[in-house]
Write a protein that binds this ligand. Structure first.
Ligand SMILES: NC(=O)C1=CN([C@@H]2O[C@H](COP(=O)(O)OP(=O)(O)OC[C@H]3O[C@@H](n4cnc5c(N)ncnc54)[C@H](OP(=O)(O)O)[C@@H]3O)[C@@H](O)[C@H]2O)C=CC1
Ligand SMILES: CC(C)(CO)C(=O)C(=O)O
Length: 354
């Protein structure tokens, strides 16, 4: 029998992955707190789009309001629950779905940041799995409509990684890998923690800079000052990750040491890193519409994940005795924009003096 799958959070990432799994014939139920979004999916299906015309599909998929989730108990229990809400909503979302899990059921963190411990705190480590969506870039731009703003990874670029917290490649990891392979490139990883910290470095470099400046991902890369500031943020994040003992993976196509040296001002490393950042946008066919999830939150007037990204990097650095002033400064300026004290503008980064 097909596993029963629920997505708690059918926003950009949850809706995109859940919608495509439903299209591929999996037994998916979407659950989302935004009433208009659920109603739009029910009325017209979930419209998913991408850069290529063949990526544009409308999927009929069951969608539930939060108030309807108790109805799940009337059918088979859930075997796989993807939690794909913002990090600050992880704990309640996991509590919310936990009573509906089957005996062998488990929860997958399909999020950024490092939320596995929060999920394990609710359902236990044995029922916790991590899935990373690397350079997917999706946004829920209207109720019932999610668009992808970078090209598909295919054989050229790894988009998803899925792993156990203990690192062994288990049958459930292979099952998840095979499911998601129908959507885009995916690997089963034995280095979930290294993948997580490396993705945190990527988000540290891209999300807050775009949210604080109001610039798209491409415009951030094109601006030399913002590009170099992002490299400095990334370098600090690498040094903190190394001090904490993570085995880091490549970060935006750069070896961690190269990124660290670039952000620390080594001229040769800086030249290579800047060229790589510019080349990445071209290789991934990143559209000018692309904005990282935090910049989407800012544009929608919603709470950001800044405390779980740059704020977290700075706090972990403080514990490890590694200063991370660029991360701390970025977290502070994003919070000021979020509170409406200052507008999003490039000067918010250009004016940082550390
Ligand atoms: N977007 C991306 O490209 C990527 C995102 N991620 C990560 O995935 C996780 C989920 O993020 P993501 O999918 O981007 O989140 P979204 O903001 O798209 O969706 C999360 C929730 O936000 C609410 N929401 C979104 N837009 C609106 C709106 N206009 N009005 C009212 N409510 C709205 C909904 O519930 P509610 O109202 O309760 O918040 C929704 O469930 C995060 O950890 C993120 O960092 C990872 C890789 C890429
Ligand atoms: C890497 C990036 C910026 C795009 O997928 C992302 O993870 C996000 O938007 O949060």
């Amino acid at each position: 029998m097909r596993p029963r799958i629920a997505f708690v959070g059918a926003g950009a990432v949850g809706g995109y992955v859940g919608g495509h799994l439903a299209r591929l014939g999996h037994d998916v139920t979407l659950i989302d707190p935004w009433p208009e979004h659920v109603e739009a999916i029910r009325a017209k299906g979930l419209a998913l789009s991408g850069l290529e015309p063949e990526e544009n599909v409308t999927v009929k998929v069951p969608a539930l309001h939060l108030t309807e989730v108790q109805g799940l108990s009337k059918a088979r229990p859930v075997d796989i629950a993807f939690v794909s809400v913002k990090s600050y909503d992880t704990v309640w979302a996991t509590h919310f779905i936990a009573p509906y899990l089957s005996e062998g059921g488990f929860v997958v963190s399909l999020q950024n940041c490092i939320n596995e411990e929060r999920i394990a705190g609710v359902v236990g480590w044995g029922r916790t799995v991590g899935m990373i969506a690397a350079t997917i870039s999706v946004d829920l731009y209207e109720p019932g409509k999610i668009r992808r703003t970078v090209g598909r990874g295919g054989p050229n670029r790894m988009v998803f990684a899925v792993g156990e917290v203990h690192g062994r490649i288990t049958p459930r990891i292979e099952m998840l890998r095979d499911m998601v392979a129908g959507i885009d490139s995916v690997k089963a990883t034995s280095n979930l923690w290294g993948e997580r910290w490396s993705k945190l470095c990527v988000n540290g470099m891209r999300n807050g800079t775009s949210a604080a400046t109001g610039l798209s991902g491409n415009d951030c890369d094109q601006n030399p000052h913002i590009r170099r500031f992002a490299l400095r943020v990334g370098a600090e994040a690498v040094r903190v990750g190394q001090a904490l003992g993570y085995s880091l993976e490549k970060i935006q196509n750069m070896a961690p040491e190269l990124l660290a040296l670039a952000g620390e001002g080594d001229p040769a490393a800086l030249e290579t890193a800047e060229a790589t950042l510019l080349e990445n946008g071209r290789k991934a066919q990143r559209s000018d519409l692309q904005r990282p999830s935090m910049a989407q939150d800012m544009a929608k007037g919603r709470k950001t994940e800044i405390d779980f990204i740059n704020g977290f990097i700075a706090a972990e650095g403080a514990k490890a005795g590694i200063a991370a002033p660029a991360n701390a400064a970025l977290a502070a300026v994003v919070k000021r924009v979020e509170r409406g004290e200052i507008p999003a503008r490039p000067e918010n980064i250009i004016g940082i003096n550390i």
